[in-house]
Design a protein around this ligand. Sequence first.
Ligand code: ZN
Length: 224
Amino acid sequence: MKKRAIVLLSGGLDSATCLAVAQRDGFECYTLSFDYGQRHKCELQASEKLAAAMGAVEHKTFKLDLRQWGGSALTDDNIAVPDGGGAGIPVTYVPARNLIFLSLATAWGEVLGAHDIFIGVNSVDYSGYPDCRAGFIAAFAEAARRGTCAVDENWHWSIHTPLQNLSKAEIIQLGTSLKVDYSLTTSCYNPDQAGRSCGKCDSCLLRHQGFIDAGVADPTVYQQ
Ligand code: ZN
C-alpha cells in the first residue's frame, strides 16, 4: 500500500513542484489549500486545477479568515503590496502563516493516517520569511510529535522540504523534469481581475528571473 502524504498547495510554482516530488517519491497525495482571506482567489483556482491535473487523491480548500486581524499586505487592504526590493521582513509576510498551515495539515494528516507532510519552503530565493527556515521546520516536527497521538504511539512526523536549498532556477528545472505544467501556477501578489500577473512584485520578479536562469520559457501571463 502506498504511504499517504499531505501536500500544501498554494497554487504557486514552488508548491506545484513539491507535489510533483511527492508523487515521484511514491506517495498517495492529499493536497491542502487555504482560503485565508488572501487578496486574490485565483491561487485557489490554480490549486484546484493543479491537484486535478497532477493526480491528487483528494483536494481540500480549508477556510479560515486571517483578515480578522490583518497585519500583512496580503490580508489587510490598508497595507499596499510593495514593488520588489527592500531589506528586512517584507509586509507581504503573513504572521505565523506556515505555523498555522502546518498545524492544520497535521490535523488532517492524523485523521488520514498520513504522517508525511510536504511543504515548498525555500531558503535561497525567498523573501526572508522566518517560517520558511529549516530551524522552524525541525522545531515544528517535534512540536507536532509531542502535540498529537504520535508521542504515545511512537511515531513521528516527517516534514518534507524538498525545495529548501534549491534556487528558483533549480526548482523550475526539477519541476520541468517532472513534467509540471507551470502555466497552471500563479505566484503574483497583485494579479488583476483576470488573474494576470503584475510582473513587478517580489514574487513576480523572483519567478521570472528563475525561468531566465533555468533556460525555460516563462509561461506566465503578464498584465500589459
Ligand atoms: Zn506580481
